[in-house]
Design a protein around this ligand. Structure first.
Ligand code: SF4
Length: 309
C-alpha cells in the first residue's frame, strides 16, 4: 500500500469516528480535492457547512473562508489543517481601516467581497460574492457604496451599476490574479483559436476584455458543463483545472498562466489533513461579538438571493 493510500484510509477512518466532514476549495491540491466531501467556492462551502449535521468541519481553504464557516455555524467545530493559510488580499483590509473608512464616509454603505476578514465583515453593511456583487450593491440603501477589498471586482461592479463605487482600500488586489495578462491570453488564443476564454473578475480589466466569459470558479464550472466548446483557456488559479477536467473529461483546459498558484491554498496537504483530524487542530475561533456582527451583512446577501428565487 502506498503512503498516500494509507493516509487516505486513516483520514476516512478518523472522519467516521469523529463524525467529521472535509470541505475543499476549488484551488486546493488535486489529492485534497479528491478526499473532500464537497468541493466548491467560498460561499458554496459555507452553505454546505450550514446544511451538514457533522460536528466537525475540516476546512481546506484560507483563513477568511474558515472564518465565514464559523460565523455561519457557531455551534460546530471548524478546523483548518494549516493555520498559516492566509489570504493576502483579505489582509489588505483590516478592522482598523474599516473604522477609518466609516469615519471618512459616514453616510455611505459598505459592501465587502466574501474574501475579507471576519473582523472587517463585522464593520460592513453587506457581503457579496463575485457572482452577486452587482445585485447586492444595487439593493443596498445608498447611492455611494464603499466596496472592497478587491479593486478589480469594484471596477467590475462600477461597470454594471449606476451607483458611485469607492474602492477600499484604494488598491486591494489578489496577487495570483495579477499574474494574468491580455498579451498572454491573446498568444494562447492564436495557438487555440477555437478555445473559449474564461476569466475570474479578480483579474485585471484588460483580461476581461479578451474573455468570452467572466465569472467565479463555480460559474466557470457550470459554464463548461453547458458550453459547446471543447477547449477552454482558464484565467484563474490552476487548482480549478482538476475539478473542470473531472466535469468535462472530453475537453481540454489550458491555464492562462501556468504558474498561477495560490501558495496559501496549497499549504494544506493530505498529511496535514490527517493530523488536523487526529489532533483536532487548528480550531478556528472568533470572538462572539464578531460572529454576531459578521452574520448580519451575510444575511443581507442571503435575503437578496431568496428574493430572487
Ligand atoms: S487566490 Fe487570491 S484571493 Fe484567493 S486565497 Fe489566494 S490570494 Fe486570496
Amino acid at each position: 500500500m502506498s503512503l498516500q493510500s494509507s493516509l487516505i484510509d486513516k483520514i476516512q477512518k478518523l472522519k467516521r469516528e469523529k463524525r467529521a466532514i472535509i470541505l475543499a476549495h476549488n484551488y486546493q491540491r488535486p489529492e485534497v480535492q479528491d478526499i473532500a466531501d464537497f468541493v466548491g467556492d467560498s460561499l458554496e462551502l459555507s452553505l454546505y457547512a450550514m446544511q451538514t449535521d457533522a460536528r466537525t468541519i475540516v476546512f481546506c481553504g484560507v483563513n477568511f473562508m474558515a472564518e465565514t464557516a464559523v460565523i455561519l455555524n457557531p455551534d460546530k467545530k471548524v478546523l483548518i489543517p494549516d493555520i498559516n493559510a492566509l489570504c493576502p488580499m483579505a489582509s489588505m483590509l483590516p478592522a482598523d481601516l474599516m473604522k477609518l473608512y466609516r469615519r471618512k464616509y459616514p453616510k455611505a454603505k459598505i459592501v465587502l467581497y466574501i474574501n475579507s476578514l471576519a473582523e472587517a465583515k463585522a464593520y460592513s453593511d453587506a457581503i457579496c460574492t463575485s457572482a452577486n456583487a452587482t445585485e447586492v450593491v444595487d439593493q443596498i440603501d445608498s447611492e455611494v457604496v464603499l466596496f472592497g477589498p478587491d479593486i478589480n471586482l469594484a471596477r467590475y461592479v462600477q461597470m454594471k451599476s449606476s451607483k458611485k463605487i469607492i474602492p477600499i482600500p484604494q488598491y486591494g488586489f489578489c496577487p495570483v490574479h495579477k499574474l494574468f495578462s491580455k498579451r498572454e491570453v491573446l498568444r494562447l488564443k492564436q495557438i487555440y483559436p477555437d478555445a473559449e476564454v474564461m476569466a475570474h473578475p479578480e483579474c485585471d480589466p484588460e483580461v476581461w476584455e479578451v474573455a468570452d466569459f467572466i465569472g467565479s470558479t463555480s460559474k466557470m464550472y457550470a459554464r463548461t458543463l453547458t458550453s459547446r466548446a471543447n477547449k477552454f483557456i482558464v484565467a484563474t488559479e490552476i487548482g480549478i483545472l482538476h475539478r473542470l477536467k473531472k466535469g468535462r473529461n472530453d475537453a481540454t483546459f489550458i491555464p492562462a498562466y501556468e504558474e498561477a498558484i495560490c501558495v496559501n491554498m496549497r499549504l494544506h496537504t493530505l498529511e496535514k489533513v490527517y493530523l488536523c483530524l487526529k489532533d483536532e487542530k487548528y480550531e478556528v475561533k472568533i470572538p462572539e461579538k464578531i460572529v454576531a456582527k459578521g452574520r448580519e451583512p451575510i444575511e443581507f446577501m442571503f435575503k437578496i438571493q431568496k428574493y430572487k428565487k
